[in-house]
Design a binder for this molecule. Structure first.
Ligand SMILES: [Zn+2]
Length: 193
C-alpha cells in the first residue's frame, strides 16, 4: 500500500456538489461527475488500486471507494479526502472491506508504505510484528488472498532473477505497464534481491 496525497478537487465534482445539495451517493454514482472523479483519482494514484496496487488499466476496472464507509460515516460520503479509487475484485480491497472499522486500519491517506512489507512467497505482512492495525488491515481488505499472493510471488521471483538494480529502477518507473502495478512489491524485491 502506497501513501496517496490528494490534490485539489476536480471542478466537475465541486460543481456537482454545489448543484446537488443533500443528495445521496446513489444520485452521484453513474453521473458524468462520478466518471470524471474516478478518472482523476486513478491518475493521482498512478493507475494503481489504493489498497492492493494492482494496475487500473481502464476506468471501468475501478470504483470510487470510501475509506470511512458510507454506512458508518454517511456525512463523509462527499468528502473528497475520503474518496479513493479501488479495484473491482470481490475477493479483496474496497468490495471486500464492507463496513470494516476505519479507526483500526492503516489506510492510504497515511504514511502506510512503512507499515507493510512482504515475504519472498508473496505474502504482505506488518513491518513490525504485532502491529495490530496493520494485521487488521490485511484481514479487512483480504490482501493475502491467493490471487494477490500469487501475483506478488511471480513479481518477486522475476526481480530476483534479473539481479540488475538499474533495470529494476526502470521497471519501477513503468511498473503499471510492466507487471500490473505492485510498486511496493517491486521495491521490496529490489532490496531483498
Ligand atoms: Zn485492489
Amino acid at each position: 500500500m502506497r501513501q496517496i496525497i490528494n490534490r485539489a478537487e476536480p471542478m466537475s465534482f465541486v460543481f456537482w456538489l454545489k448543484k446537488n445539495k443533500n443528495k445521496e451517493w446513489s444520485d452521484f454514482s453513474g453521473s458524468f461527475a462520478y466518471h470524471e472523479l474516478r478518472e482523476y483519482m486513478i491518475t493521482i494514484q498512478e493507475k494503481m488500486c489504493c489498497y492492493c496496487e494492482i494496475s487500473l488499466n481502464t476506468n471501468k476496472e475501478a470504483h470510487l471507494e470510501h475509506l470511512k464507509s458510507r454506512h458508518n460515516y454517511p456525512i463523509e460520503r462527499f468528502n473528497f479526502d475520503n474518496i479513493y479509487a479501488s479495484c473491482q475484485f470481490n475477493d479483496s480491497c474496497g468490495h471486500f472491506k464492507g463496513h470494516a472499522n476505519y479507526n483500526k486500519m492503516v489506510l492510504p491517506d497515511s504514511v502506510c508504505d512503512q507499515r507493510f512489507t512482504y515475504t519472498n512467497n508473496g505474502l504482505i505482512i506488518p513491518s513490525v510484528s504485532g502491529d495490530t492495525a496493520a494485521i487488521n488491515t490485511i484481514e479487512s481488505l483480504n490482501l493475502n488472498c491467493k490471487r494477490l499472493k500469487n501475483a506478488r510471488q511471480d513479481i518477486i521471483r522475476i526481480i530476483e532473477d534479473i539481479n540488475d538494480t538499474a533495470l529494476v529502477d526502470e521497471y519501477l518507473m513503468n511498473c503499471v505497464e510492466w507487471v500490473n502495478g505492485f510498486y511496493t512489491v517491486i521495491e521490496y524485491a529490489k532490496v531483498e534481491g
